[in-house]
Ligand binder design. Structure first.
Ligand SMILES: Cc1ncc(COP(=O)(O)O)c(C=O)c1O
Length: 460
């Protein structure tokens, strides 16, 4: 009986649907279809105010550009060669492991094996015992750690100090959380001869003037993308003293922590006196093990500060991939056993990158650009203004010259870089218009091909 009633209901429903569809198409000329369209156009589906202005991303635009023109791509920051076998073999073994649970959900705030090793590793580095369950959070890349931090710690109207140039997501992450970015630019002390990332400094008076009652925190990135600056102890102390004076947070994005060139040393601001209590430090397995596609990152810091990140994480991502976390944990365990040896990946990566850095600096100089030699990371900023007469900037319509330069180069020279004004707030973009960012964690043959392309173009 109930089966029959069900069948009748279905029949009536399908007839009704058919009637409705035919009615819609027949009455289209009387406006029904138009009405449907105007419903989907209604402002209630527009971007909410807090998202407006945050819908642009240099990555979305430049990845599309690369797909279309197929240039030699020195834009995005990832290696174009094999990741270290330690982690890739570990992942292969995890996929075939006898334990079926390694393919299932794991603990939301971080896979136990991974949080344990992360806590152990950083406990050594920062000389304090981290609780793996309360002071470490595993996230979907450093990106999510930044997101969870800024969402979790921002009330409407809170101000965040952002140092320009900045990894571009800081700005929309602050704004979409209801916060207000306050910018301060690093500026080069000299722009000719040999320029290094250490030459790029912030004005201390200006930095001091940004702190006020509304300040929630400052976002620091060391080693820095895109300049490659490794902040000095003196600079970090200056920032730390202001953070303590105004009782604000420090978000320290240290994803390039292991890529530092001799004689420079990475200093964790969380290790300065009374700073652990107010610092959330962010790391990335993608950058640490050259596996950016694995998208695992972490935040560590005091439990009371991480609590806010946990709330965002558990209500968005909830838990990250188990096998990838297990593989990264194995990678960490292996590297920790040989921390003092030159083969340790945390040491060998910078050694491997040093000749690539020097090679790129040399060929950029040879074509007439002025590179900033980075002390860390794998990006190089170069001033191309001496070559402006070789570029038909008027063929591109973007407001900022570096966008026009990089697009024109992609289309006409076949080499893609990233426009650094994407890493500046609205008021200071002109500071970076004469620059381009290139990435040098690329195969030697591709760096050589880039050099050849540039030389051929510059000699015309
Ligand atoms: C400074 C900085 N922070 C964070 C990230 C994001 O890291 P992940 O790929 O782990 O999300 C990047 C990636 O390029 C970066 O350069």
């Amino acid at each position: 009986m109930s089966v029959m009633r069900g069948a009748t209901v279905l029949l009536v429903l399908s007839m009704l649907t058919r009637v409705c569809f035919s009615a819609t198409s027949k009455t289209a000329s009387f406006g029904t279809v138009k009405n449907i369209r105007s419903i989907t156009k209604m402002s209630k589906f527009d971007l909410p105010d807090r998202l407006k202005g945050n819908d642009k991303s240099v990555w979305v635009e430049y990845i599309q550009l690369a797909l279309q023109y197929k240039p030699l791509n020195l834009g995005q920051g990832f290696p174009d060669y094999y990741a270290p076998e330690n982690v890739t073999n570990a992942l292969a073994a995890v996929a075939k492991n006898d334990n079926p649970l390694l393919q299932q959900y794991t603990r939301g705030f971080g896979h136990p094996r991974l949080v344990n090793v992360i806590a152990k590793f950083y406990s050594k580095l920062i000389n304090r015992d981290l609780d793996p369950n309360k002071e470490v959070l595993v996230t979907s890349g450093a990106y999510e750690a930044l997101y969870a931090t800024l969402q979790g710690h921002t009330n409407p109207g809170d101000e965040w100090i952002i140092i320009e140039p900045f990894f571009d997501c800081y700005e929309p992450m602050v704004q979409t959380a209801g916060g207000i970015p306050r910018y301060i630019a690093l500026k080069p002390k000299s722009t000719s001869g040999t320029v290094t990332s250490g030459d790029w400094v912030f004005d201390r008076k200006e930095m001091e003037s940004l702190f006020n009652e509304k300040t929630k925190g400052i976002i620091l990135n060391t080693p820095h993308n895109p300049i490659g600056k490794v902040f000095t102890l003196d600079e970090l102390q200056f920032i730390a003293n202001l953070a303590k004076k105004w009782n604000v947070l420090v978000v320290s994005d240290e994803v390039y922590e292991h890529i530092v060139y001799e004689p420079y040393k990475h200093i964790r601001i969380a290790t300065l006196p009374d700073m652990y209590e107010r610092t959330i430090t962010i790391g990335s397995a993608g950058k640490t093990f050259s596996v950016t596609g694995w998208k695992i990152g972490w935040a560590y810091g005091p439990a009371n500060l991480l609590r806010n990140l946990q709330v965002i994480h558990q209500n968005s991502v909830y838990t990250c991939s188990t096998p990838i976390q297990e593989a990264i944990a194995i990678g960490f365990e292996l590297e920790m056993e040989r921390l003092q040896q030159p083969e340790c990946y945390f040491r060998s990566l910078a050694m491997e990158l040093l000749p690539k850095r020097d090679y790129m600096a040399k060929f950029l100089r040879e074509v007439g650009m002025i590179p900033t030699i980075p002390e860390g990371g794998y990006f190089m900023l170069a001033n191309w203004s001496a070559l402006e007469n070789k570029v038909r900037l008027n063929e591109e319509s973007d407001e900022n010259k570096d966008y026009r330069f990089t697009k024109w180069m992609t289309k006409n020279v076949g080499l893609q870089g990233i426009p650094p004004t994407a890493f500046y707030g609205p008021e200071h973009k002109t500071l970076a218009e004469d620059y381009v960012r290139y990435c040098f964690i690329k195969k030697d043959e591709n760096l050589k091909a880039a050099a050849d392309l540039l030389k051929k173009w510059a000699s015309k």
